[in-house]
Design a protein around this ligand. Sequence first.
Ligand SMILES: Cc1ncc(COP(=O)(O)O)c(C=O)c1O
Length: 418
Amino acid sequence: MNSSSVSAYSLADFFFPDSDDPLMPSQDFADWRRETSWATSLYEQSLVNGPVPRALLMVDNTPQPVINLASYNYLGLAKHSETIAAAKAALDRYGTGACGSPILSGMTDLHRELEERLSQFVNREQTMLFNSGFGGALGMLAGLLRRDDVAILDAKSHISLIDGAKLSGARIALFEHNDANSLDALLTKYADRRRIVVTEGIFSMDGDMADLSKIVPVAEQHGVGIVVDEAHSILTCGENGRGVTDLFGVDDKVLIKYATFSKAFGAIGGFVSGPDRTLDYLRYYSNPYGFSCALPPSVIATILTSLKIASRDNSRRDKMQENSVYFRTQLNNLGISTGNSVSQVVPLIIGSDQRLLYELGLELRARGLFIPTVDYPSVPEDSLRFRASITSEHTRQDLDEALNIIEDTVVRRLKKKQ
Ligand SMILES: Cc1ncc(COP(=O)(O)O)c(C=O)c1O
């Protein structure tokens, strides 16, 4: 890292802390956190009116109006009158918490209804609900894989999938991002082992998609089952929002579909859908499922209503996609690289200058734009970025104002650097 960096260190340097007590990270870490607090003030910021396009963000204890390009409320369902009314009605009927794990006492008729509706929606035999998306990914892979197995994941897979595979004790083999030859080589290398292939619908940091037209046939040739994480693609892609497996016309070839409710559904939690035999097994071997409280019924009512609204027609999806194309095209016209994004997840790739990234982050916020700053090790050191999430709720005026701010700040600074 060069001398103009925010610091000589990054989070990656403190994973093995130089301290005698696990409960007390090193003084170096505390010093680093203090020294970089101006930059990390861009993290864990508080919105005071929810994930809406024109939001209020607490800055120095004062609510500041911002254009919000940071929330996953892709279809605007987190603040939809019908989802809110459904949650309120469920609160009145069921109270605030499920108060038990799904196995022992946390299940309600609403949970069962959602399982069934999701199974119908994604055309799978059975569905399990998890109280977090992360926990669902973790619990699915740790529940199904065993020590002698091999989890073959796309190298850009979300950390919840990697952690799930790690927890299982299985060998983890990463194939080069979207590279069917690399996948083929790993499937061949581990041909004598039980294997699964894991990839994502829309990749969360890059906004590109799994190339299922190439990945699926390779897995099929080897007779190996595929899991697709549709966290960002459920409700946003494919006919009726069934995800990328539908978009690529390979849905019947993908055994397990996993997704979260924290994005387009505007709620919280995750689900796994697949064959009866797999799910019957998983229910009893997935600890984040069996040993953690079920989702509150009010959340289930929200999700059921989101599913209903998003299944009515494609209008919200179409608007989100139209907005995404517009925003990406305008950024590219301004000379900003959006990598391989083809979706509502739009990275603004800045490069390797970490100080510039954080200075710009503060400048963008001061100008009224809320857009996440993404640093190494979450993304490669040479492609630090801002990541925009575009929704159906953004108006052309929201996007144009955001683009003007970006032009005055990011574009100006990047040009100066050249
Ligand atoms: C691809 C992917 N999978 C899983 C998750 C975890 O989901 P959740 O945030 O709902 O826990 C995320 C979170 O952003 C994600 O991007």
